[in-house]
Design a protein around this ligand. Structure first.
Ligand code: GTP
Ligand code: MG
Length: 365
């Protein structure tokens, strides 16, 4: 019997042979859908023991995961940014498990996880790759760390391994809603002109996943890959920063050249020589989109020393949940001072969205 892995290889070969143009768009879309389906089969846990994955409890206000080839300097960076002491050595696969650290910045406690290096084939299990990539799936931010001498090839492999594990770094979830129906076939409605996929391809991809009757509403100019992501589900859309490490070993012109050759913006650092790390801390913090709130008792001043750290876009209801379970039930109203308030001390309800630096007083029964 032909295995799923063999079928994937066959399809990959066929895709390589097929030129990308309008005439082949449909055929390629179908191949991609079949491939994603086979990959999903491969990814299914084989039953029985869990295979000893890394069990790491999320803690702090956010979790950042380091991803990179062996020996690019992940542990060196963790030790610089946090209180952790992860082993550093010049040979590969020094780190064999998850080493956590905490970076305190602007009142936020940011959990950072150093993991074993990722190599080609990681998503299929090489070098504990599947466990490493599962940790990455739960990150709030990925730090993709590259060696300045091999940046392009390393980035290429890492992006492919992340993608194979359903991680979509720096992508927005496409706005596509699929509602299965009992009968009536596939009804596709798009609110904009689709320039990268034909209606026929949309239908074929759905058919590969045995979807023959459904309403599909498309509000993003998607391509075949994005539609497959929606159909398969379980994708993680995670912000990521690309770091170029060991820049102390090269001159400015070399760094500029490397940066120009990469498909995404990157940040140059030297983890070992502590160069560029202050800017990196700030960039990590701003990428996590955290805001600081100050709680004020009914009578008295707000505690301006210890902010409560929450995600941008949080409303009063979520603040209640953070303070204690049950506060929502007894909630009456809140008073807000700061950027989100129309005037100081505005009285607001549960769905009022807060801004960085706001002062909040919650009144409950
Ligand atoms: N010159 C230079 N060397 C560095 C830098 N960062 C790390 N190194 C060296 O690179 C080697 C590997 O560093 P590690 O921090 O152990 O790398 P790692 O990514 O954790 O490696 P694994 O745990 O094997 O995946 C060590 O010899 C470090 O001293 C840097 O910025 N500049
Ligand atoms: Mg290490």
């Amino acid at each position: 019997m032909v295995s799923a892995a063999d079928r994937i290889r066959e399809i990959e070969e066929e895709m390589k042979r097929t030129q990308v143009n309008k005439a082949t768009e449909h055929h390629l879309g179908e191949l991609k859908a079949r491939m994603a389906k086979l990959r999903r089969e491969l990814m299914k846990p084989k039953g029985g023991a869990s295979g000893g994955g890394f069990s790491i409890r999320k803690s702090g206000d956010s979790t950042v995961v380091f991803i990179g080839f062996p020996s690019v300097g992940k542990s060196t960076l963790l030790n610089q940014l946090t209180n952790a002491q992860s082993e550093v050595a010049h040979y590969e696969f020094t780190t064999l498990t998850v080493i956590p650290g905490v970076m305190e910045y602007k009142g936020a406690r940011i959990q950072m996880l150093d993991v074993p290096g990722v190599i080609q084939g990681a998503s299929q299990g090489r070098g504990r790759g599947r466990e490493v990539l599962s940790v990455a799936r739960n990150a709030d931010l990925l730090l993709i760390m590259l060696d300045v001498f091999q940046a392009n090839t390393q980035l290429d492999v890492i992006m492919r391994e992340l993608e194979a594990m359903g991680i979509r770094p720096n992508q927005k979830p496409p706005d596509v809603v699929i509602t299965p129906t009992q009968r009536g076939g596939l009804v596709v409605n798009s609110t904009l002109k689709l320039t990268k996929i034909s209606e026929k391809t949309v239908e074929t991809i759905m058919n590969v996943y045995d979807l023959y009757s459904a309403n599909v509403v498309i509000r993003t100019d998607i391509d075949a890959d994005q539609l497959i992501d929606v159909v398969v589900g379980n994708r993680r859309y995670i912000p990521a920063l690309v770091l170029l490490n060991k820049c102390d070993l090269v001159d400015k012109a070399f760094v500029a050249q490397v940066k120009k050759g990469l498909p995404t913006p990157s940040i140059e650092i030297s983890a070992d020589k502590n160069v560029g790390l202050d800017a990196l801390r700030e960039k990590i913090y701003s990428s996590l989109r955290l805001i600081r709130l100050y709680l004020k008792p009914r009578f008295g001043e707000a505690d301006l020393k210890e902010p409560m750290i929450v995600r941008e876009g949080s409303d009063i209801g979520e603040i209640c949940d953070r303070i204690h379970r049950g506060l929502r039930a007894g909630f009456r109203h809140a008073f807000v001072w700061g950027k989100s308030a129309k005037f100081p001390g505005q009285k607001v309800g549960m769905d009022h969205v807060l801004f960085d630096g706001d002062v909040v007083n919650i009144v409950s029964r």
